[in-house]
Design a protein around this ligand. Structure first.
Ligand code: GUN
Ligand code: FE
Length: 418
């Protein structure tokens, strides 16, 4: 047992920050939380790891990113989605047919995620099974927790990055066979998006998801041209989501990235099915996809989490994606003349932490019985303010200003990984 002690900050509920200036967390041998102290007792019952004046906060979750797009971070921001995929993304992903190349990139990515305080992920690999297993291995070694998917894509692709239906099915099974050795990184079925997958492949994946109780992630209603294309491919549907629903891929805990243009009917279908919106604020603007009305989703009871969408998004640190989420919500609020209230720092932080932790059956804030996911932030290098700051103020400043150098320790699933 040990206690970690410091300025404790947690977001157990949407909009609510609990801040304990002399707080601490009692952990068992496996890093599970036994008790949260508002004030650590003077006579502690065990070893105390004292982080002094530093902030102990919940670590972040990135619930949508593309591992094999990491090498093109910050490139190609001048094109809309479909053209961007063909000009940049598919070419970059095709390099991951080379396992050695994949190893180098994925090792770097895994360490950058931890260094920036991201401990939970839901990530797309590429269609390559060997590279995707390497990605899972590198994430697990670096200390991350979560889901990774081998991407399925058997139509409307470029010749250098595609698979036949038969290959896609066979390779998915081979990939799943290889996943048994991982403890913290688990498989998630990943049809790239409806235009990339034949009906036969979608039906195969839907059946597999049901048989093996595997979760699903994909893209939904990101871009208006994409949506028109889905309608051409599935003329029997009125809404994009129905192209997943037809094949058993619209189900509880499915992660759908973007949903920028999902209307009331589609949002209700999300709520009714227990499908999650993964909001990717930076990507939605970079690719000029549109502004997602996150407040409306929240008001209507849809579960919302955040994603960087690397490399449609160009920001790996989730602290920066939180800022982007807030700013885009303010633009939306301004454009709707205040009809939709913008997201507060507290709310956006909750979406990047507890909302995703609950998806993985983790805790709401630092919850007893759950494994610790936390970062320790040293804000001592920020310019001193003109007066003493409250812990809430220090928290807000940390979200806007923290960089890798400020994150001095990271705990993931109870283990100290930095
Ligand atoms: N839709 C299908 N593939 C992709 C991708 O790689 N990135 C984004 N943002 N949208 C997609
Ligand atoms: Fe994406």
């Amino acid at each position: 047992m040990k206690i970690i002690k410091g300025r404790l900050i947690q977001a157990p509920k949407l909009g609510e920050i609990l801040a304990y200036p002399n707080g601490g967390i009692l952990l068992d041998e496996d890093g599970a939380i036994l008790k949260v102290y508002e004030t650590v007792p003077r006579e502690a019952p065990c070893e105390v790891v004292d982080y002094g004046d530093r902030l102990i906060m919940q670590s972040f979750a990135d619930m949508h990113l593309h591992g094999p797009q990491y090498p093109m971070l910050g490139m190609g921001m001048d094109l809309p989605l479909i053209e961007w995929l063909k000009t940049y993304a598919f070419k970059t992903e095709s390099r991951f047919s080379d396992p050695e190349y994949a190893r180098g990139v994925y090792r770097k990515l895994a360490h950058k995620l931890i260094a920036n305080g991201t401990t939970r992920i839901a990530m797309f690999g590429s269609l390559h099974v060997d590279a995707t297993l390497i990605l899972m291995e590198e994430l697990e070694k670096a200390g991350l927790t979560g889901y990774v998917g081998k991407v399925n894509m058997d139509r409307n692709n470029e010749p250098y990055l595609t698979e036949t239906t038969e290959e896609s099915e066979r390779e998915t099974l081979r990939w799943l066979d290889g996943c048994g050795r991982f403890r913290y990184i688990r498989p998630i079925l990943t049809p790239r998006f409806t235009p990339s997958c034949t009906n036969g492949l979608m039906a195969f994946l839907g059946k597999l998801s049901a048989e093996r109780r595997l979760p699903v992630q994909s893209h939904l209603s990101e871009n208006e041209n994409e949506m028109a294309w889905v309608h051409e491919l599935h003329p029997d549907t009125t809404h994009y989501y129905q192209s997943y629903q037809k094949y058993g891929l619209w189900k509880k805990r499915a992660l759908m990235a973007h949903c920028v243009h999902s209307d009331e009917t589609e949002r209700k279908a999300m709520k009714d099915a227990g499908v999650y919106l993964v909001h990717c604020a930076d990507s939605n603007v970079n690719l000029a996809s549109g502004v997602c009305p996150v407040r409306t989703f929240l008001n209507e009871g849809v579960n919302v989490v955040l994603g960087s969408d690397i490399a449609g998004g160009a920001l790996l640190p989730m602290s920066q994606n939180i800022q982007e989420t807030i700013k885009i919500s303010k633009i939306h609020s301004i454009a709707t003349k205040g009809k939709d209230a913008f997201l507060s720092v507290n709310e956006a932080y909750y979406l990047a932490t507890t909302a995703a932790a609950l998806y993985f059956e983790g805790g709401a804030g630092f919850e007893e019985g759950k494994k610790l996911h936390a970062i320790v932030v040293d804000d001592g290098s920020f310019c001193p303010a003109t007066r003493p700051l409250s812990l809430q103020e220090r928290f807000e400043r940390a979200i806007y200003m923290m960089g890798e150098s400020n994150i001095v320790a990271v705990y993931s699933e109870g283990r100290k990984v930095l």
